[in-house]
Design a protein around this ligand. Structure first.
Ligand SMILES: Cc1cc2nc3c(=O)[nH]c(=O)nc-3n(C[C@H](O)[C@H](O)[C@H](O)COP(=O)(O)OP(=O)(O)OC[C@H]3O[C@@H](n4cnc5c(N)ncnc54)[C@H](O)[C@@H]3O)c2cc1C
Length: 401
């Protein structure tokens, strides 16, 4: 029997750990139940940190931990999924392909930036969504130092005033000063179609965010969109043109394209609708998890968000349940009552909220300490030590904040 997990993000990592954990608990061997993880690199990209400088350092190796728990790593990109034949075709590099049959499939392919058809976006837009994008932005910022000092050189426009846009924008004054020197006067402007900043965060946290933006001198243009980008900067739907050498697009993400190959219902973000066991109900043998799945996380109408916090725990349940079905064990319905947000606000500290109504619990340096701990400890893979790694993936205990 074989479980194939596609992806090497937070959800896939915990799917691998938790399926191996259950295999271990039931005394099954890797010969009885093979667990295979397929991804282009055996590396966890720490996406929640990609707004930081030196993004090339923001990865963590997975090979040793996978070896320690007897999970087979197959390097490559899953290109096609045949849910009738229960097979995944993987492009393994050098034009080679390999077909992997599965008894259970865990789709943990995550999400990626949605790039709408805005003129100039493909040519002139940067982002902090993937490792490659974050590295390209970091290099571009570094190269600004060699340009003549102009207002445009020192101006960054961030399109999107949600979670990612705010973190990218509030980090930017310090990043620009580090590149351009302390005398530089960076200008950072967030553009968002909503009338208020951080539209999804609600009324409670908004004053904290607004105060941080004021403190850092970050400007906003609200109720307007980006009409186009060009060499000189951006033109807004209001007609205003902002001269800016740097435009960061942070206006929404979608589930990765592989989800389109699963013949099942998806939401407006492309996420596969799953049942409480994280099974895609209409397709035998397929589970979806993390940013690739839309799952209820309690009985009162809350749904998992496209977040690391949810992906980690959803991964643990999906892996556990895929193994449980093959080992004749009862599955465990996914549930995640606790919900917190921790938003980095650059040199203005951070914001920590608890609950779905996002009650503000910590701000400033106190919240920043928690953010740093989350970003440098909590979200990293466990050590490559078998017993501890397997124990870390008990679905009932993962990310219970
Ligand atoms: C700048 C930024 C800041 C963020 N801040 C926060 C935060 O503060 N808190 C929070 O909770 N979340 C945050 N997030 C969101 C969080 O990073 C995502 O929700 C999380 O990464 C989702 O995990 P995942 O495992 O589902 O997918 P991902 O992390 O996207 O991983 C997907 C994996 O699938 C692989 N893959 C995709 N397609 C294929 C294929 N066809 N074949 C093989 N492999 C494939 C990818 O290579 C990758 O390894 C942030 C995201 C960004 C970009």
């Amino acid at each position: 029997m074989r479980i194939v997990i596609i992806g090497a993000g937070f959800a896939a990592m915990y799917a691998a750990l938790s399926s191996a954990r259950l295999r271990d608990i039931r005394g099954a061997t890797p010969k009885d139940l093979e667990i295979v993880l397929v991804a282009p690199e055996p590396t966890l990209v720490v996406r929640p940190r990609l707004y930081e400088p030196k993004p090339e350092t923001l990865t963590a190796p997975l090979l040793d931990v996978l070896k320690a728990i007897d999970v087979v790593y197959v390097q490559g990109r899953a290109e096609t999924v045949d849910t009738k034949q229960r097979a995944v075709e993987v492009a393994t590099g050098d034009g080679k392909r390999r077909t992997l049959a599965y008894d259970r499939l865990v789709v943990a392919t995550g999400s990626q930036l949605f790039r709408p058809n805005v003129p100039g976006l493909a040519e002139f837009g940067f982002s902090v969504d993937s490792l490659a994008d974050a590295i390209a932005l970091d290099r571009h910022l570094t190269d600004l130092a060699a340009r003549p000092a102009t207002a445009a050189r020192d101006t960054v426009v961030v399109a999107g005033g949600g979670f990612t846009g705010i973190e990218a924008a509030t980090e930017m004054p310090a990043r620009l000063r580090a590149v351009l020197g302390a005398a530089a006067k960076p200008r950072v402007i967030i553009v968002d179609r909503s009338e208020g900043i951080a539209p999804d965060m609600g009324e409670g946290p908004r004053p904290v965010i607004e105060a941080a933006l004021r403190q850092l001198g970050v400007e906003t243009r609200l109720g307007v969109g980006v009409a186009g980008l060009d060499q000189a900067g951006v033109t807004l739907s209001s007609g205003e043109h902002i001269d800016a050498a740097t435009v960061v697009w942070a206006a929404g993400i979608r589930a990765a394209p592989l989800t389109e190959q699963i013949p099942a219902e998806r939401d407006k973000f492309g996420r596969l609708l799953v049942d409480r066991d994280l099974r895609v109900p209409s397709v035998a043998g397929v589970f979806a998890t993390g940013d690739a799945a839309r799952a209820a996380c309690d009985d009162v109408g809350n749904y998992a968000l496209m977040s690391c916090q949810h992906a980690t725990r959803m991964g643990a349940f999906a892996g556990n349940n895929a193994a449980a079905e093959l080992l004749g064990e009862p599955t465990k319905p996914y549930h995640q009552k606790a919900y917190v947000t921790c938003l980095d606000l650059g040199e203005a500290g951070a914001l920590f909220t608890r609950g779905w109504d996002r009650k503000v619990e910590m701000t400033g340096t106190e919240a920043k300490k928690t953010k740093q701990e989350i970003n440098t400890v909590w979200i990293y893979p466990p050590k490559a030590e078998r017993a501890a790694a397997l124990a870390s993936a008990d679905p009932e205990r993962v990310t219970d904040l």
